[in-house]
Design a protein around this ligand. Structure first.
Ligand SMILES: [Zn+2]
Length: 269
């Protein structure tokens, strides 16, 4: 499911293939994906506009279209973007389809319809209205800001990393990887992390996300691209820890299943 590194790769795909192109026609394949706008209204507002720029915040991709505002894309569990030039390459579950004036196409694909497509007047106002915290890779989200986000929190660190209001972009999969690389048990309470652990965790947030982006997260077979030292390819029942060879354990956090190595990430609670 798309988290920050995946959405960053979608952004780069969009920038590389669609910037500067003029939208000629918008077809909505399933209006249930739309947020507070009808299919007719979305098409009316977008047709004739040009893709000027894009910006990612957490798991959201925002596309600047000039006067009508920003197209907002959230990918839910199964969403992705595909640019193509031949109509025959149009993938299934194409929920919103953009035809450009020069014959290129862009499809927003989402099998499970859990994402959202909308239109916002202003990107900053959209981020504020969604209640999103700072993007996890924003340079302004530094160690001091992270310390502030952690201060006084008694909840488990796994849930905190996934809380989009605290920092935006990290979900179930990458929070597991970050905690694994930081040698921290997902159950650890935030207020039990000492100075060294907090700094190490902060560094791993940045390092894991940047490594996933640079090695090509969002590729069809993500696990083929990640470093051998990553937990993600071993996040499964009977998986083995790439560091110590021990058996990977799982536990439920906020309704999601976390995977971790009990030996490398001892429970200190
Ligand atoms: Zn281990």
């Amino acid at each position: 499911m798309p988290e920050l590194p995946d959405v960053e790769l979608y952004k780069r795909h969009l920038d590389a293939t669609c910037l500067g192109r003029t939208i000629r026609h918008v077809a909505v394949g399933d209006a249930r994906i739309l947020a507070e706008i009808s299919a007719t209204e979305l098409a009316r507002r977008l047709e004739g506009t040009r893709i000027i720029a894009s910006r990612r915040h957490g798991k959201h991709l925002l596309v600047d279209l000039g006067p009508p505002g920003w197209l907002t894309l959230h990918f839910g569990m199964t969403g992705w973007l595909k640019h193509f030039t031949d109509d025959e390459d149009d993938p299934p579950y194409d929920r919103v389809h953009f035809d450009f004036a020069d014959g290129h196409h862009l499809a927003y694909i989402n099998a499970r319809l859990l994402g959202r497509v909308g239109l916002a007047a202003d990107a900053d106002a959209f981020v504020a209205a969604e209640g999103l915290g700072p993007d996890a890779l924003d340079p302004r989200f530094d160690l001091a800001a992270f310390e502030q986000a952690l201060a006084g929190r008694k909840r488990d660190v796994k849930s905190l990393l996934m809380d989009q209001e605290v920092m935006a972009g990290i979900g179930n999969i990458y929070s597991d990887e970050i905690l694994y690389q930081a040698d921290i048990n997902p159950r650890t309470r935030c207020d039990r992390l000492d100075t060294g652990a907090r700094q190490h965790l902060f560094e791993q947030i940045k390092a894991v996300l940047e490594t996933a982006i640079s090695t090509g997260a969002g590729a069809e077979r993500l696990v083929d691209h990640l470093p051998g030292s990553f937990l993600i390819p071993h996040r499964e029942k009977d998986g083995r820890c790439p560091r110590c060879g021990g058996q990977i354990a799982s536990a439920k956090f906020s309704g999601r299943t976390a995977y971790y190595c009990p030996r490398c990430q001892p429970d200190v609670t």
